[in-house]
Design a protein around this ligand. Structure first.
Ligand SMILES: Cc1cc2nc3c(=O)[nH]c(=O)nc-3n(C[C@H](O)[C@H](O)[C@H](O)COP(=O)(O)O)c2cc1C
Length: 216
């Protein structure tokens, strides 16, 4: 599919985009479709992201078929329930658990899911450099996709919990799991309650950044 550039519909400068792109779960508009042209355009932008050796081994599957979404959502829900059951109560706030549960309960209704994968499988004895380059060759593109969508007023949630059921999801959508590794699933929707989001809360800079000598 070829895509035509489209301007972002509302003003959000680059710093605003980078600091106000949260994981959207409760505010996903489940009643409004997301156009394929818009998704294709934002994916086209995402393909400019850095990646190891510029091999572009990433692959993206857009899922907007209700039955396929329902199948994925069933696996997602099972994996998410298992994850939450295994997570100590002190590890996540009640609010965070509520958000994760809400997304798992509504994933089948999210207008579009983008399943990202990468060609190849990491060998069991993969070096740290291989591991980092492998998954790191997909995440910048996913973040670009999320930012491009956000710049057009949409919301996203980047998730990995379904990977506990990677094989089942691969079989459902025809991914050759022996030669392609799934990396993440991004829920995509327009947002309810406008397009405004507060800056995402983060630790103070000085708690995580040191200069010249590692201190943290
Ligand atoms: C690698 C990765 C995996 C994630 N997996 C999930 C997931 O499976 N389910 C989910 O609801 N959120 C998932 N998230 C979203 C995080 O929970 C979220 O980014 C974090 O809580 C910070 O919130 P914010 O993005 O709104 O600032 C994931 C984020 C990343 C970067």
């Amino acid at each position: 599919m070829t895509t035509r550039p489209s301007p972002t519909p509302y003003a959000l400068d680059i710093d605003g985009l980078l600091t106000r792109t949260p994981t959207v779960r409760h505010r996903l508009d489940l009643s409004r479709p997301v156009s394929r042209a818009l998704l294709a355009h934002c994916l086209q932008i995402a393909l400019h992201a850095p990646n190891g050796g510029n091999r572009q081994s990433w692959r993206f599957l857009v899922i907007d078929d209700p039955e396929t979404k329902a199948g994925i959502a069933r696996h997602y829900k099972a994996a998410s329930d298992a994850y939450l059951a295994a997570t100590p109560p002190t590890a996540m706030s009640e609010r965070a658990v509520d958000g994760v549960r809400h997304l798992a309960d509504h994933l089948h209704l999210v207008p579009a899911l983008v399943l990202a994968g990468i060609r190849g499988r990491l060998p069991r004895d993969a070096t740290l450099a291989q591991q980092s380059s492998f998954f790191g060759s997909v995440y910048p593109a996913l973040w670009s996709l999320m930012l491009a969508l956000r710049g057009r007023g949409l919301g996203t949630a980047l998730t990995t919990v379904h990977l506990a059921r990677e094989r089942e999801v691969a079989a459902l959508v025809g991914i050759p799991a022996r030669t392609v590794t799934q990396v993440a699933l991004v829920a995509v929707a327009h947002t309810t309650g406008g397009s405004d989001f507060r800056p995402t809360p983060r630790q103070p800079l000085d708690d995580v950044v040191s200069w010249n000598r590692w201190q943290r």
